[in-house]
Design a protein around this ligand. Structure first.
Ligand code: SF4
Length: 399
């Protein structure tokens, strides 16, 4: 069987139209869709946010659209972005600067930069200088997961975001509005969980590129619209008649911030790998289970962050064991192996990688690792590496 035949059958008909729609949203670096959404109601505002996680419910409750900014991928040429940074840091901030200075972020009325690494912290300062007419907020996420200290601190941070966005929209974040937003995002969580279940049960029905495009759509669409998109996709894909190929099942870890180009995900599938779990676009499902809807909605958001977020390199929780969680997750999704793929120069991902590799070794789980950048254009080496990994597992069950 040639490598090409290992890829899932391409979408056709209504499914192809839906995927094309998601692709257009992904390619919309000018944020035209966001501008159209704002044009329907002059009081609407849009707030950009950087990876990994911000409480989108708070922004939404203030009548603004949270818009995820994931860099320019391989779609833009960096003209000025490089001049802002030294050569030995990741690529994402360069393309985000390029998006800003080229006017592509004009639809955004404000931006939130969550604390995940020094690069994002510095970027927030640069935006204050570059776009002085926008509301720019650095969201200091707690590193203490105790309700009385980290929890109180986080609640205060969310209140600051609510105040900042409300000043732009004129809409106060009341408990009622926040509860309604939590409810909408909970529906979205349920739909995403069902999509993930479908992927684990029959990955040939949810190709990696399509799954990824659907996740990216959640960063530009209102939550209800995105939930509808997911549900429609599941119906169409289940009825599409795609058949299983002789691929291995892999889990991806390390891709939570700067995203690989779409072509790289396609390459992994062509090399014989079904992605059954990953941490791409992690902010879209950082709290995978629905948030409590009884009681104080602010406290519910606090508790969800403290106790129900997924482990990741950008979250420092001394109580949690990322190694044990990784091994457990591999079992749950029945992965044959793990791809530890990280953006070049990404300190959080690359610092965690030896620890994760050690845990996989100890548990006898095959893995391989490689680096990428959002604008990686040559996939041949990765294709050979992933193909060899897949073949070794098929032949011997290990590498
Ligand atoms: S890719 Fe890594 S180093 Fe770069 S901004 Fe994201 S978390 Fe920070």
């Amino acid at each position: 069987m040639s490598l090409e035949t290992l890829e899932s059958a391409p979408a056709t008909g209504a499914l192809a139209e839906l995927v094309a729609h998601a692709t257009r949203l992904y390619e919309d670096l000018e944020l035209k869709g966001v501008r159209d959404w704002k044009a329907q109601d002059p009081s609407r505002r849009a707030i950009g946010f950087l990876p990994v996680y911000v409480p989108r419910e708070v922004i939404h409750a203030a009548n603004a659209l949270p818009v995820g900014i994931m860099g320019g991928g391989d779609q833009i040429e960096i003209v000025r972005g490089d001049s802002y940074f030294q050569s030995y840091i990741c690529h994402l901030p360069r393309s985000v600067i390029e998006l800003a200075v080229s006017g592509r972020l004009a639809a955004l009325d404000g931006l939130v930069f969550p604390s995940i690494c020094d690069v994002i912290r510095n970027l927030s300062g640069m935006f204050k200088v570059l776009l002085p007419d926008r509301w720019v907020h650095y969201l200091d996420l707690p590193q203490n997961f105790d309700r009385e200290s980290g929890g109180r601190f986080y609640r205060h941070e969310m209140a600051t975001i609510a105040k900042g966005v409300s000043a732009l929209t004129g809409v106060e974040v009341t408990n009622e509005r926040l509860s309604a937003s939590i409810s909408l995002y909970n529906e979205n969580r349920r739909a995403l969980a069902q999509l993930q279940q479908m992927r684990v049960a029959s990955p040939w029905q949810v190709p990696a590129t399509e799954y990824y495009l659907l996740l990216r759509a959640s960063y530009v669409l209102p939550p209800q619209e995105h939930t509808d998109l997911i549900r429609r996709y599941m119906q169409l894909s289940a009825a599409s008649g795609r058949v299983e190929q002789d691929n291995i099942r892999v889990m991806v870890r390390g891709a939570f911030c700067e995203q690989p180009p779409l072509g790289l995900l396609r390459t992994l599938e062509r090399a014989g790998c079904y992605l059954v779990d990953d941490d791409l676009v992690l902010g879209a499902r950082f709290i995978p289970q629905p948030i409590a809807q009884d009681g104080d909605p602010w406290q519910a958001l606090v508790d969800a962050f403290l106790y129900h977020t997924l482990p990741t390199a950008s979250k420092y929780d001394v109580q949690a064991s990322k190694e044990a969680d990784l091994v457990q997750s591999v079992k749950e999704v029945r992965a044959d192996g793990v791809l530890l793929m990280a953006p070049s120069f990404c300190d959080p991902a690359l610092l965690d990688q030896p620890m994760l590799a050690h845990a996989l070794e100890k548990a006898g789980i095959p893995f391989t690792s490689f680096k990428y950048a959002e604008d990686t254009g040559q996939f041949q080496v990765i294709r050979e590496q992933a193909g060899t990994f897949a073949d070794a597992i098929k032949l011997w069950g290990t590498t």
